[in-house]
Design a protein around this ligand. Sequence first.
Ligand SMILES: Cc1cc2nc3c(=O)[nH]c(=O)nc-3n(C[C@H](O)[C@H](O)[C@H](O)COP(=O)(O)OP(=O)(O)OC[C@H]3O[C@@H](n4cnc5c(N)ncnc54)[C@H](O)[C@@H]3O)c2cc1C
Length: 398
Amino acid sequence: MARLAQTAGLTDIQEEILATVRTFVDKEIIPHAQTLEHGDTYPADIVEGMKEMGLFGLTIPEEYGGLGESLLTYALVVEQIARGWMSVSGVINTHFIVAHMLKQHGTPEQKEKYLPRMAAGEVRGSFSMSEPELGSDVAAIRTRATKSGDGYSISGQKMWLTNGGTSNLTAVLVKTDEGAEKPHQNLTTFLVEKPEGYGEVLPGLTIPGKIDKMGYKGVDTTEMVFDGFEIAADQILGGVSGQGFRHMMDGVEVGRVNVAARACGIAIRAFELAIDYAQQRKTFGKAIAEHQAIAFKLAEMATKVEAAHLMMVNAARLKDSGQRNDVEAGMAKLIASEYCAEVTQEAFRIHGGYGYSKEYEIERLMREAPFLLIGEGTSEIQKTIISRGLLREYQSRG
Ligand SMILES: Cc1cc2nc3c(=O)[nH]c(=O)nc-3n(C[C@H](O)[C@H](O)[C@H](O)COP(=O)(O)OP(=O)(O)OC[C@H]3O[C@@H](n4cnc5c(N)ncnc54)[C@H](O)[C@@H]3O)c2cc1C
């Protein structure tokens, strides 16, 4: 995209990475996305290509074999990938969150054990908070780990685990008996190693088949059932129980910037498709782009793309500078996902009846955009986070 979603002040390395990814997206993702998505087919070749480019280690420090890049670089890469096909960004997103949690909170042994293999894409991460009875209300988690010999035994059911069947390391948030008053202080993140695949993959650990979703296809989303699953105490992230909520929220905060970036990518693509179609389709003797009603739609769509991109970049830069960014990440996620849904809807309308045909890419984007309103915290939850932050900051002296 020549004009929209440009980012000022990038380093030469960032520009180079983005140019490489953009070319990969145009050549290797966009031409195959429709077929793979309609077939609900895992994009194995694309994932191999991403491994070769080093994208699985993009933010992992160089000392562990990664590229040591910033959250901003990662977010801009994700924006490009989602412009091609959101499911591909879903493959690396959970991996990125787990790598971030390990980098920030892992013990030296855990970092040494996992980060180099994560950078190479041999170990692939997923994370699990949600359960059948809860998503927004994380502190209400029921899956429980109880002491068993030197380790723990986990029982309970997890839900909505993206990459559940195709990952081999899952960060799982469960309840432990810390005796703390506040429920979130009784949560612990375990690093569960498991083979890829479905069924009873280990004694006491079952990954039932893929959940059939309206969009976001190709990438697998599963349940995860624990029934007396035995795990060693040194698989607790950071080595100390009761810290899991804090660790996961840190992961989800960077995840929010990533979801905002995905929304930007989809919105950019929807705009590209719409502006192209609007110049080709003729009604009443002229291209529909020449009808002011359509031209104004394009202007509004582009403005939303630009605003969302700028807020996403701002939130990423804030985090990279070491500052707290919960409000800004929430704002970026909120506006990018809401604008994405609106821009995609307008692009769909511009396509007229053809937008409803599976031959046209906009049909897929229409099914992908709604997920961004839900994943990594719904819009209502973002508004809760934003308003709490603002009330903290703007305390009334009256
Ligand atoms: C395709 C897909 C992939 C996913 N991948 C993962 C994953 O990899 N790992 C993982 O842990 N989870 C994952 N999730 C789960 C996702 O994070 C949750 O669905 C999401 O957090 C919302 O939770 P919920 O579905 O339980 O909705 P609920 O929490 O039940 O919310 C239902 C509705 O009530 C609203 N609501 C809830 N509480 C409040 C409140 N206090 N104030 C106002 N409104 C409120 C919500 O905004 C929503 O509109 C995935 C979900 C999907 C659909």
